[in-house]
Design a protein around this ligand. Sequence first.
Ligand SMILES: [Zn+2]
Length: 230
Amino acid sequence: MFDFLLDHTFLYVAMLVVFVFAIFASINVQTTFSKYNKVQSSRGITASAVARQILDSNGLYDVQVTMIPGNLTDNYNPRTNTVSLSQSVYNSTSVGAIGVAAHEVGHAIQYATNYGAIKLRMAILPVAQIGSYAWMILFILGIFFQLPALRTAGIVLFAAIVLFQLITLPVEINASRRALSTIKSQGILYGAEYTGAKKTLTAAAMTYVASLATALIQLLRLISMTSRRD
Ligand SMILES: [Zn+2]
């Protein structure tokens, strides 16, 4: 019934579509962010101050907010319990930067409140990390030495990466949802300012959809390659 998924033509068309979508998503997040990083919020509060405010209002006084180099390198690290904001975000009073900062704080709140999906994501992380380089070695060795078990092990590891990205998606969407509702409820951004932050976070979410779609097609390709050989 789902044989078409492994069909040559279907896979090539799907690869092309996903490839174009991934390029679009990547360009879109850059242009959307640079657009809304020029729109200043009327309250004139910096993104790092917004991060501090939301953290404190959730009782997360122990979470640090620091500045890191790069563009769109913003993240929350649960090991160091730190929200790191990029140079273009940290001191910015733009609606785009505030959106990004609130999103990263959203991850800190997810950890603090033991949000289920993020715990599952952390549990799969080590397997996905090993899989990210080991899957190809196993898969190629399996083909080279004609060992189907090795090939299958490579595919299973790659499937773990796909699973990791699948769980990443709700985690990211949830962090953005938390960010936007807080931005609204705490009166940090108003009207068109809020819409700008929302567009920035939606563009970011699309890159995660693109990564997942790319990995999913790659998984189908690996399965179709082996099923044709058997
Ligand atoms: Zn995120």
